[in-house]
Design a protein around this ligand. Sequence first.
Ligand code: TMP
Ligand code: ASP
Length: 235
Amino acid sequence: MKKNLMYEGKGKALYSTDNAGELIQVFKDDATAFDGKKHDVIAGKGQLNCAISTFFFEKLHAANIQTHFIKRESQTEMRIHQLTMMPVEVVIRNIAAGSICRRLGLEEGKILDRPLAELFYKDDALGDPMINTEHCELFGWATADDVRLMRTIAMEVNRVMSQLLEDVGIHLVDFKLEFGKLNDAIVLGDEISPDGCRLWDVETGKKLDKDVFRRDLGGLSEVYHEVATRLGIPI
Ligand code: TMP
Ligand code: ASP
């Protein structure tokens, strides 16, 4: 099934297949934070993230949001459409946490009046700096139309995911998305897992995401498992 390794990132690897335009995305057990400065291997994380990503991609398809997901191939692998990725990360925030608190002096936990979209340039060596539409256009990372569409789709993803998570008592605090092009269409790529989201228990505020690893707050696979179980995802 898998042929050649096309790309290997910190958390995932992409392989070519016999079908042109289709890749296998493999979810690794590696956990990284702070642009790769902190690293560990956590048994079972790849499987949990593959299952959770599959769940969200299928829900997005049901809501008519196009993604690169085709089907799950194994416990840690999914078949995807090959996209030409844009080096831009779109972050949506519903509640202040993480970098926005440091940058703007906000208190962690402040509920924002409406969802906020931010753009970051995907470059570990530079620490993923914050950018705006003009940077995207000037440096050829994405056109203004691309950025507008990415924001619109990301807000729609926020609506779908927030509802699913609130229904099981979890606040979607913030999350990061990556997009690419398939022919001329902007399509959601990458993954949707607790690695790229902040998830807080509605009742207790308990963190159910990668902050557990970033801040040494406990077992990462235990909280990812809890997210999966609450959403009714079989592991
Ligand atoms: P931040 O508070 O560090 O800017 O992160 C916001 C959200 O985006 C958080 O849920 C983590 C996620 N994120 C990633 O997954 N990878 C990244 O490179 C960045 C910048 C953010
Ligand atoms: N920047 C991402 C994070 O901290 C991933 C990484 O740094 O490895 O979540």
